[in-house]
Design a protein. Structure first.
Length: 336
């Protein structure tokens, strides 16, 4: 004979509380003391009781699930942002429903959003730093709140992004302040918002300072594309300073320069972007721009929970400040 599953009344009886208190604990209510909550949770674990999420949703109007739509899990920034989202969700008793897409086209984005809308989530975080988000053809759900991370193109929704222009300006001005006559740039892919904003800021700073704007060297975010750009840089003895759009491409540039016998920073100074954990271990340790990926994820979740709980969340971009981290890959310009 199959044993009867434990009920809420069973938990209440064992914990010495009311069924209402068990319900409050199941719904992560703040009106329960820590001591009582611990006693109820212990009783749940002893009896093997699991709250009925469907019944809770019908009663509360919430599913305690957050949909997350993102382009890729291969970049460090996305992983750090997703980790912060997961931590914030867990603290509120929410789960994550993740969709990771390899093809961030307008049609696939709309389809993925529609799928999340149908899968009983209370809100959606979109992490897609491509130009596709500016397409009006993308249909965002209207019944649930949406917050966008890493895009400044959809100002009709709440969004969070690092100050890309500020970060690039810090990198370029650092190199100019060291006396370098101009700064070359290894840019990210043209489809990327972040890459476009960093490239535009690099160009604007050089133009405002009356410096020559060199041709852009285009990469794909990967170290291999940085290496290919680095071969061109190494072959040009007039290049003394390089700003790469991320740390991984800077790693490839460093390798190419090393193989060509060009010293860093004596011959060429390099600044990256992202401040990955490994950047301090490059040789030489990489000067780079720090952006707070975890902070972006946490702030996005804070905005989303405000909206879920009925508080007003104005649309528009919330920018997070960036910082210059100076290490040994940059040095004063030495005239040749």
């Amino acid at each position: 004979m199959t044993a009867r599953a434990a009920s809420m009344s069973d938990v209440a009886r064992l914990a010495g509380v009311s069924s209402q208190t068990v319900s409050r604990v199941s719904n992560n209510s703040d009106s329960v003391t820590t001591e009582t909550r611990d006693r109820v949770v212990a009783a749940m674990n002893e009896l093997g009781y699991r709250p009925n999420s469907a019944a809770r949703a019908l009663k509360s109007g919430r599913f305690h699930s957050i949909g997350v739509l993102m382009f890729t899990l291969e970049t460090l920034g996305n992983i750090r942002t997703l980790d912060a989202i997961a931590v914030a969700a867990a603290e509120k008793g929410y789960s994550i429903d993740l969709i990771s897409m390899l093809d961030p086209s307008t049609g696939t984005i709309s389809t993925a959003l529609s799928r999340l809308d149908e899968e009983a989530v209370d809100g959606i975080i979109v992490i897609l730093e491509t130009h596709e988000l500016m397409e009006s053809a993308i249909h965002f759900p209207t019944r649930i709140p949406v917050v966008i991370v890493d895009s400044q193109l959809r100002k009709d929704y709440p969004s969070v992004n690092a100050d890309q222009e500020q970060g690039a300006a810090l990198a370029v001005r650092h190199l100019l302040d060291l006396g370098h006559p101009t700064v070359w740039h290894v840019a990210g892919p043209e489809s990327s918002n972040s890459a476009s904003m960093r490239e535009a800021s690099w160009r604007n700073i050089l133009q405002s300072e009356g410096r020559t704007v060199p041709p852009v060297l285009r990469g794909t975010w990967g170290a291999d594309s940085g290496y290919r750009a680095g071969l061109e840089i190494a072959a040009n003895p007039d290049i003394s300073a390089v700003f790469t759009a991320n740390d991984q491409m800077a790693l490839g540039v460093l390798r190419a320069l090393h193989e060509a016998g060009r010293r860093v920073p004596e011959d060429v100074s390099i600044v990256g972007f992202d401040n990955t954990e490994e950047s301090a271990e490059y040789w030489p340790p990489l000067t780079t721009i720090h952006q707070d990926f975890a902070g972006a994820g946490a702030q996005a979740m804070s905005l989303l929970f405000d909206a879920i709980e009925g508080r007003e969340v104005p649309s528009g971009v919330r920018t997070l400040s960036t910082d210059l981290v100076v290490r040994q890959s940059t040095g004063p310009y030495i005239a040749r």
